[in-house]
Design a protein around this ligand. Structure first.
Ligand code: ADP
Ligand code: MG
Length: 276
């Protein structure tokens, strides 16, 4: 099960992860109050859909303007204008497919002054049966492309569940990001916090792209994509409440009512597998 960026950030914040202040809105009329409350002087208006690549995405409707799904605003009026344009419009990104996804929620967030963008993710690696970290100095962009063109810029390692996250794991992350001094210590702490959240909530994947260093040398989680192990959801009613079925395929929702693991695909080939 996937959740929205703003929900993932709220969850990670509970564990102590550094995230910006932000407010989720559902209607354009809520934009002004949210922007005022955050205070500015810089805001980011972020489309909340269960797909990445929003920044470089494009809206189908002309009325939504030519800017992407993540927009920098320099005034409250601009936040309002973007909210009017984006809410209800259809965002197409490399991950949505050509049909795109309707944007029904926006996250208005404090704008950060970015000095560097890193990549950090965690996933359950079936080969080792462990939680793996994937870390790279090349954040903000397509990690698949980095993996293809410059694989040496990606560091991966896994955590033995018997020991859990150890101080040396934190140092490995800091080193892979080329950090030293106080920033290295921040990276060690953040990596430990993220691991704790990952295990506690039975996540299947946690992707922070980008993890940034601000111009005043603070490490921050600027984007967060989280998915959970569906088989463990019964232990996390709080997570289950975050489900947004408007983001899910109708056929998959129907199948889930019968405990069927069904994945809807395009095309004309069907595959039915049964095992026990
Ligand atoms: P996506 O990965 O779906 O494109 P992101 O949340 O990563 O969405 O946003 C895209 C880019 O927008 C980021 O790489 C970053 O450069 C910029 N950005 C996102 N949030 C903020 C923010 N709060 N302040 C400043 N820039 C931001
Ligand atoms: Mg991102």
């Amino acid at each position: 099960m996937n959740i929205h960026e703003y929900q993932a950030k709220a969850l990670l914040k509970e564990f102590g992860a550094p995230v910006s202040n932000g407010i989720a809105i559902f209607k354009p009329s809520e934009a002004k109050a949210a922007a005022k409350k955050l205070g500015g002087p810089l805001w980011v208006v972020k489309s909340q859909i269960h797909a990445g690549g929003r920044g470089k995405g494009k809206f189908k409707e002309k009325s939504a303007g030519d800017k992407g799904g993540v927009r920098l605003a320099k005034s409250i009026e601009e936040v309002e204008a973007f909210a009017k344009q984006m809410l209800g419009a259809t965002l197409v990104t490399i991950q949505t497919g050509p049909a795109g996804k309707q944007v029904n929620r926006l996250y208005i967030e404090d704008g950060s002054d970015i000095a560097k963008e890193f990549y950090l993710s965690m996933l359950v690696d079936r080969e080792t049966g462990r939680t793996a970290f994937v870390v790279s100095t090349e954040g903000g962009m397509d990690i698949e492309e980095v993996a293809h063109k410059t694989p040496e810029k990606i560091k991966t390692f896994s955590i033995d569940p018997a020991t859990g996250f150890m101080p040396h794991h934190g140092r490995t992350v800091a080193k892979a990001l080329g950090l030293s001094g106080d920033l290295a210590r921040q990276a060690e702490t953040v990596a430990g916090i993220l691991y704790k959240a990952f295990v506690a909530k039975d996540m299947a994947m946690l992707e922070i792209n980008p993890l940034i260093v601000t111009k005043d040398d603070k490490l921050k989680v600027l984007d967060a994509k989280v998915s959970f192990d569906s088989n463990a959801l019964y232990r996390h009613p709080d997570v289950m409440e975050l489900r947004d079925i408007t983001e899910e395929d109708e056929k998959e929702i129907e199948a889930s009512k019968y405990d069927l693991a069904y994945i809807a695909l395009d095309g004309t080939i069907g595959c039915m597998v049964n095992g026990a």
